[in-house]
Design a protein around this ligand. Structure first.
Ligand SMILES: Cc1cc2nc3c(=O)[nH]c(=O)nc-3n(C[C@H](O)[C@H](O)[C@H](O)COP(=O)(O)OP(=O)(O)OC[C@H]3O[C@@H](n4cnc5c(N)ncnc54)[C@H](O)[C@@H]3O)c2cc1C
Length: 383
């Protein structure tokens, strides 16, 4: 049985960030995962992402994992209200909405002022404590976005612009996404965002042969640590264990009886297509929640990514005059986003949980991995 001081299960944003942080802290570890990247699902052949689509400029941890590519131009977006009504980022419509858009940007400014220090705290304290340290953040975690929008009085601007951007990121409506997750996504309306690529080989090299591929099926606590088994028949033991698997997998592996936030579904189609005329003028089209199509985005090679919240290829006919599917990916559990159930990160005696259980997106998950690593580093520094 192979032994490591720390085993990280999973290979997504949380796991890779945990691994890099442990490496920086000169800690011995092994990563056991079935897929490196997880919901970072970049296709080398098609040069598109079938999972996470963009990184923001202020993703200080997630950007260590990926290579930033094309800037996503926020002025090249068409916002669709219905089949008959749509407007571009800069239009007479946006001038009409200017007073409410200013209210949104004021709320965003206030959000970033609280969110940046929250991210800093999350590196060294669990998210529960980090939230409790600032009542603004704690309230945003529990509050539906719709309520926040009413309180901040930018309802019409939200209806026309902000909710569509948030919907494009998550496939979730304003009643069901928290104010924290909505504003976290909508930072992309204020902070530059880029598409990215992910180089699996380069990550394997950076992690210096510390990755073992396999699906963990069994986790047991023993007197002096943990024993893990994989479907492929490998066994590992460790003093510390970081479970950076999706929340449903973590709950099952640890046999935890805890509520989780519910997941949204996202379906991604990569197509060579001719879009219908009204979808052609800008690089991106975004839609209201009533539309099962979430967004379309033009790629550098003029192909398109089209995201839907229902798995139905026929939906593509709503935006395309003609299309040919090059690639597709179904995410039946895309993000943990519904509700405000909270998952503890430090389960004691060397057991840590990391991932997007309490906050969605590449950056919060990366930071949750850094937190687990920092706890382990601290444990041995104090020896
Ligand atoms: C379609 C889509 C678009 C998105 N767009 C964005 C975006 O533009 N920007 C953004 O910031 N976020 C985006 N997100 C969200 C973001 O991708 C996730 O929040 C984040 O990647 C989650 O990282 P994670 O490490 O927690 O989980 P994951 O990436 O899911 O990693 C979990 C890892 O565990 C492994 N694993 C699972 N079970 C086992 C097992 N039994 N044994 C061993 N290994 C196992 C998996 O293979 C995987 O490597 C998007 C998500 C989706 C699905």
């Amino acid at each position: 049985m192979m032994h490591a001081r720390t085993i990280i299960v999973g290979g997504g944003s949380a796991a890779m960030s945990c691994a890099l942080q442990l490496q920086e802290g000169n800690q011995e570890f092994l990563m056991v995962t079935d897929i490196l990247g997880g919901r970072i699902c970049y296709s080398d052949e098609e040069k598109v992402n079938f999972g996470a689509y963009f990184v923001m400029k202020n993703y200080n941890f997630a950007k260590k994992l990926v290579q930033r590519r094309t800037w996503i131009n926020p002025f090249s977006v068409t916002f669709h209200n219905s089949d008959n009504e749509w407007f571009n980022t800069i239009s007479l419509h946006s001038i009409k909405r200017l007073p409410q858009l200013l209210l949104f940007y004021r709320a965003l400014y206030e959000f970033i002022k609280h969110y940046q220090p929250y991210k800093e705290r999350c590196q060294i304290m669990d998210q529960r404590k980090a939230m409790a340290a600032d009542p603004y953040i704690e309230e945003m975690f529990h509050k539906p976005a719709s309520q926040f929008i009413r309180e901040k009085r930018f309802f019409q601007a939200a209806n026309d612009y902000i909710s569509k951007f948030s919907y494009a990121c998550t496939g979730v409506d304003m009643e069901n996404i928290s104010a924290l997750d909505m504003m976290n996504c909508c930072m992309g309306l204020g902070v530059p965002i880029h598409r990215f690529s992910f180089d699996r080989r380069a990550m394997e090299t950076r992690l210096k042969g510390r990755i073992r591929y396999g699906t963990v099926t069994d986790v047991r606590r023993v007197d002096d640590g943990f024993v893990l088994k994989t479907k492929e028949g490998a066994e590992y033991s460790a003093d510390n264990l970081v479970l950076a698997t999706p929340a449903t997998v973590t709950r099952q592996l640890l046999n935890l009886d805890i509520p989780l936030r519910n997941t949204c579904k996202l379906y991604v189609y990569h197509v060579n297509a001719v879009l219908k005329k009204k979808f052609l003028s800008k690089e991106m089209n975004v839609f209201p929640f009533e539309s099962e199509i979430i967004f379309t985005a033009k790629m550098d090679d003029s192909s398109y990514l089209i995201y839907t919240r229902v798995e139905d290829e026929k939906l593509l006919g709503r935006v395309c005059s003609s299309y040919q599917i090059i690639g597709r990916k179904a995410w039946d559990k895309a993000m943990y986003v519904y509700g405000d159930a909270y998952v503890e990160q430090d389960l004691g005696q060397g057991l840590y949980v990391a991932g997007d259980h309490n906050g969605l997106g590449l950056e919060p998950t990366a930071i949750s991995g850094v937190f687990a690593a920092n706890q382990i580093i601290k444990r041995y520094r104090n020896w």
